[in-house]
Design a protein around this ligand. Sequence first.
Ligand SMILES: [Zn+2]
Length: 316
Amino acid sequence: MSPRAASKGAAPGSLRIGVDVGGTKIEAIAIDADGREQARRRIASPSHDYREIVDAVRAIVADLETECGQMARVGIGTPGAVSPASGLIKNANSTQLNGRPFVADLALALGREVRVANDANCFALSEATDGAGAGHRLVFGVILGTGCGGGIVDHGRVRVGPNAIAGEWGHNEMPSRTEPRLPDRSCYCGRRRCIETYLSGPGLAADHAHAVPAAAAPLDARSIAALAEGGDLQARATLSRYCNRLASALALVVNVLDPDIIVLGGGLSNIDALYPEVGALLARHVFSDRCTTPVVRHRHGDSSGVRGAAWLWPAR
Ligand SMILES: [Zn+2]
């Protein structure tokens, strides 16, 4: 989440490499100073071994640099965050990273300074730099996927905070003012009714299964969205509840931060029906006589993680 850095002398040129270290894959991109893609790689993530992850990142960077014929500045997106207190990774769902000095080990392996940030922050940075949030001063980026993350970019820089938790709204409690009978949910974090348990893909699927128990098999978020688009009333009702909850949860952010734009990413952000509805509902939940905050779809999609990691080294 930082960017935290550790250094060991190097002289990279204008090439930037962003690496997204996920639980199932490691993806990397090389871009020039204008954000144009020069090369890209994607490999399966070594599943359990921490040293193998560090070695895989070193190899993928070397491979891209060979193809591009120059040394690069390297940014890394990871799940979790770098603890400001210890420099160790915390909160990662790829648990083999937790408690490890990932930044220092990568700097050693790559022989240069590296910057490491949380993957939701990388998404927000990518969209703020040259994506759907470009030109806006304060961008709140949201990932609605298997989890529910968020990141804040202010004037082109990721806001990290003393606890490295800025933007992480997914484990606040879902507001229930407009929905007094909100179903109860337990979260893996040990809390109840976390926003993530309603707004993630599994959260949407669980909500539909709860409302339509007679369904032959539980449906995933994509199938529910397709059914709703085809006119299925129960799926439409599920999406309606989802939109109201999303607007109500985003209103918390607007009331505190009042961002200039909210950019949605992750698999659920591809549901077209969200945009008009959430934009309209937001005004009802925000403490203001009007709310004009745009809620928009990402521009870079699945590439935002790697692009944002690369932009941890700003062009300007
Ligand atoms: Zn939670």
